[in-house]
Design a protein around this ligand. Structure first.
Ligand code: GDP
Length: 624
């Protein structure tokens, strides 16, 4: 069946929002709230507000009683309390009833934890912060352990080291900070949360194995973050090691070794035998020198949460990485939307610190709640100010989580192109085979409408994974799936992150859709709505009928008119119509989740145990 243009659930979400708005707009015509008479209205005709304003704050701004607003919203079917954060439509509704013009303004400068108070005259060199990435089993963990063991500051050897998520080593009297969670997933998860921590990425490639899928991913993730790369060609102690081959493969991917005239330094290491470790560390320092990493240690400490947990005895415990300024014991601090005081601060060796400057990882206790990895933190001089800010941020977080949509949909894209805001469209391509990924990439890259073009940040073969979703989220990209289908879990993750996935099985359809979107001509005609999923548990071959699949409906439902995609290991191997649908011996019109049934696919018999069937219906999308 030819696939039609579709849109995913984000489109639907948008419609809902609009419907919601319409309801409120109807209320505009109502002259006033028909409740008990209010005291004489104060002389306020306009207000400004920021995201996450609460009923109490709105009452204060409008000069009304909170109880009035609560009653008014109750009459509109909304249950709120004085501390409920209100969305824009609700603020508008309340204001219209009071004849007040509301204007939304950006979050107050002091409400963000982003700190830009560095003074040029105070800037000092700071240690580089390094993440180690690469394919599984190429030696990331071993490398991190070896570096740590060989370079712990004198006197620490044999001491008790704690895993706090990051550590520092010293070489030639200079420090390097390593993030202790290897892999690009953690790196990109951080970036998806808006944190940029890593200065340099070390990509580990086993010399006996060469470039593997996660090596490519790591390169793309580092490039997307614009972080310089150092390559550790590892396991050179192995007889099968072929470092030149690794260099060639990396060069083919655009990572050109310095010794061949490129700008990436390749270091030969054996993490296991401790070979090349000093060389690697010195290289990291060289790259750091080029980047001129500096920070101003002379103000309140600010930075990012590396990890956090709830400890039974100590309460919330967070590993923080100070990025600028100096954090001091006793400082009032806002971490994400948590508040606290730095009650105790320790380094990775369990030593208590009184203060911690730029690039220092520390474990902190004294917070009122557990923040999330990737949250920003900032110390304050004034406790009251910090507490109030944390409070506002907490409410805003609740509000924005309710209607999160950070990545871009095709429709947003069209709007942004029209307004000239967007010149480059980042996309991620996942396809059934590398050849198709390349083909889709090439044809996408050729698209150019006006001065808008496509930037393919990642294109590989394989199913859409969580790591793709995170990369898309972090890079505000959308994902183009070619002959692949995300499973229910991935779809949910994408929806949560607001990442749009567009699925195609004909290249020109994919490019045509993109081109139309670039021209602002996007008019989706149909959307495929997934209605259910089943697992194939048995297969029976019956002459004249073909293969009958004994299935368990694992999600949603199937109907006898459904279209079906047959999926094997995340790849769509057939897309067609259902043949027959039976419960026991009888024809069934629909079978729901949790029930077994038998089915055939029209004109298709290669069904195997373990395959997934995804059922969908094409529904017309009303033109907005
Ligand atoms: P990771 O999955 O990338 O973290 O890889 P690991 O650090 O767990 O290493 C995978 C395997 O490779 C382990 O058995 C290590 O002992 C081994 N290994 C790591 N580095 C080297 C090396 O330089 N030489 C040799 N011969 N083996 C290594």
């Amino acid at each position: 069946m030819p696939q039609k243009q579709k849109r995913n659930s984000n489109g639907a979400k948008k419609n809902n929002n609009n419907a919601h708005k319409k309801n409120f707009n109807n209320n505009r015509n109502r002259s006033n709230f028909e409740g008990p008479r209010k005291p004489a209205a104060p002389d306020i005709h306009a207000i400004t507000y920021t995201e996450g304003i609460t009923v109490g704050e709105l009452a204060e701004k409008t000069g009304r009683q909170s109880s009035d607003i609560i009653k008014m919203l109750f009459m509109e079917g909304k249950m709120v309390t004085i501390n409920t954060a209100l969305d824009d439509d609700t603020v508008e509704l309340v204001c219209i009833n009071y004849d007040i013009e509301p204007t939304k303004v950006k979050e107050r400068e002091e409400d963000t934890l982003v700190f830009d108070g560095d003074k040029p005259e105070n800037m000092m060199e700071r240690p580089p912060i390094v993440t180690i990435m690469g394919h599984v089993d190429h030696g990331k963990t071993t490398l991190l352990d070896t570096i740590r063991k060989s370079k712990v500051a004198a006197g620490e050897a044999g001491g008790i080291t704690q895993a706090i998520g990051a550590y520092q080593v010293e070489i030639d009297g200079r420090k390097i900070t390593f993030l202790d969670t290897p892999g690009h997933e953690a790196f990109t998860a951080m970036r998806a949360r808006g944190a940029s921590v890593t200065d340099i990425a070390v990509i580990v490639v086993a010399a006996d194995d060469g470039v593997m899928p996660q090596t490519r991913e790591a390169i793309d993730h580092a490039k997307a973050a614009k972080v310089p790369i150092v390559v550790a060609v590892n396991k050179i102690d192995k007889p099968a090691a072929n470092p030149d081959h690794v260099m060639q493969e990396m060069a083919d991917l655009g990572i050109m070794p310095e010794e061949w005239g490129g700008d990436t330094i390749f270091v030969r290491t054996s993490a296991k035998k401790g070979i090349g470790i000093d060389d690697l560390l010195e290289t990291i320092l060289t790259v750091a020198d080029v980047k001129e990493l500096k920070a101003d240690p002379d103000h309140v400490g600010t930075g990012t949460v590396i990890e956090a947990k709830l400890d039974k005895g100590r309460g919330p415990v967070a590993t923080l990485l100070v990025q600028t300024g100096t954090l001091k014991q006793g400082d009032p601090i806002v971490v994400g939307s948590c508040f606290g005081r730095v009650r105790k601060m320790t380094d990775e060796n369990g030593h208590e610190l009184k203060k911690a400057g730029p690039s220092t990882p520390i474990e902190v206790i004294g917070l009122n709640d557990v923040p999330e990895a990737g949250d920003l933190f900032r110390a304050f001089e004034n406790e009251k100010e910090a507490r109030a800010l944390a409070d506002r941020r907490r409410r805003r977080k609740i509000e924005s989580e309710r209607r999160k949509s950070s990545a871009m949909t095709l429709e947003d894209m069209s709007e942004k192109i029209e307004s000239g805001e967007l010149k480059e469209i980042p996309i991620i391509i996942k396809a059934d085979v590398q050849g198709s990924a390349e083909a889709v990439k090439t044809s996408m890259e050729k698209l150019e409408v006006g001065d808008v073009h496509i930037n393919v940040i990642h294109a590989t073969a394989g199913a859409i994974t969580e790591s793709d979703i995170m990369l898309a989220d972090a890079s505000h990209a959308m994902i183009i799936g070619f002959n692949v289908r995300p499973d229910a879990n991935i779809r949910k993750k994408a929806e949560e992150a607001g990442v749009e996935i567009r699925l195609h099985n004909i290249i020109y359809k994919a490019t045509e859709e993109m081109e139309n979107a670039m021209k602002g001509l996007l008019e989706p005609v149909y959307e495929d709505v997934t209605i259910g999923e089943a697992e194939v548990r048995e297969t029976y071959k019956v002459s004249k009928v073909g293969t009958i699949a004994g299935c368990m409906i694992t999600d949603g439902k199937v109907t006898n008119t459904s279209s079906v995609r047959l999926i094997r290991e995340g790849i769509v191997i057939y897309d067609g119509k259902l043949g027959s649908l039976k419960r026991f011996k009888d024809d069934a019109r629909e079978v729901l989740k949790g029930f077994e049934c038998g089915m055939t696919i029209q004109n298709y018999n290669d069904i195997k145990i373990g395959d997934t069937m995804e059922f969908y219906e094409a529904r017309e999308v009303p033109v907005e």
